[in-house]
Write a protein that binds this ligand. Structure first.
Ligand code: TYD
Length: 244
């Protein structure tokens, strides 16, 4: 049976919950940098927001992250890896994401279920019905309100990831895959964006940090803000313009 997410929007109370934003994309696309920009923007308009990541976010899920990224689960095959990522996700949803959304906080998550679709489902050539069923059981009714997919040529992304890692440290389980893997992964993410345009927005991540941030913030304002928040965001942009 699928998990049920209590959205807090009971017919009688119509209590609002926070919004759930996820960032996706290949290695070195700049997700963590952009999450910092998103948090700063949300805070500036008066929204309480928190950043989290997958795999991880809670102690149990972080323990599974260790196993998954060390490559120790690789020999179990992509279906088992998909289930382990999903197990970590269930703990993360139940103990961090859902409680925060119910408290009307906004949650910004570095990777979520689209990573399982792309890395395990598409790249592991897993059965589509298995992947759908696993996703439904894992997420219940909790789908992201907005998913930003950062699109980048994997050659550039992997070079950035290697630079960030510094010398001496090895690549993790997925960074260590061949370039052909990362090219196919890029296509898998582009495919998700194309199939679900109401939830997903594809953004060219090679444009440079400031331009990418401006585009993401525009999408958030347009898609997730109500009139009151939009007015606040516009006032902020106005205030930050240099005087003529
Ligand atoms: P991380 O160091 O957080 O990488 P990145 O900066 O690229 O996000 O490692 C997460 C890795 O786990 C990344 O290579 C993608 C992979 N992953 C999956 O394969 N499936 C999943 O469901 C998730 C959430 C991540």
């Amino acid at each position: 049976m699928a998990r049920k997410f209590d959205s807090g929007e009971g017919a009688m109370t119509r209590v609002k919950r926070g919004k759930f934003i996820t960032l996706e994309g290949g290695e070195g696309a700049g997700k963590s940098t952009q999450i910092r920009h998103i948090l700063a923007h949300l805070t500036a308009v008066g929204i309480t927001a928190l950043a989290t990541r997958e795999p991880g976010g809670t102690p149990h899920a972080e323990a599974l992250r260790e196993v998954l990224l060390s490559g120790r689960a690789k020999n179990l095959g992509p279906a088992a890896e998909a289930m382990l990522f999903s197990a970590a996700r269930i703990d993360h949803i139940e103990n961090l994401i859902e409680p925060a959304l119910r408290e009307r906080k906004w949650v910004v998550c570095d990777r979520f279920s689209d990573s399982t679709r792309a890395y395990q489902g598409a790249m592991g050539n897993l059965d589509a019905r298995f992947m759908q069923a696993l996703e439904q059981v894992t997420l219940g009714a909790l789908y992201p309100d907005l998913t930003i997919i950062l699109d980048i040529d994997p050659r550039l992304g992997l070079a950035r990831a290697a630079q960030r890692r510094g010398q001496g440290e090895g690549a993790d389980r997925f960074e260590g895959e061949a370039l052909a893997f990362h090219k196919a992964l890029r296509e898998a993410f582009r495919d998700i964006a194309e199939r679900e345009p109401l939830r997903c927005v594809l953004i060219d991540a090679a444009q440079g940090e400031a331009k990418v941030a401006a585009q993401i913030i525009k999408v958030i304002d347009e898609r997730l803000f109500d009139a009151r928040l939009r007015a606040r965001a516009e006032a902020l942009i106005h205030d930050s313009r240099p005087a003529q």
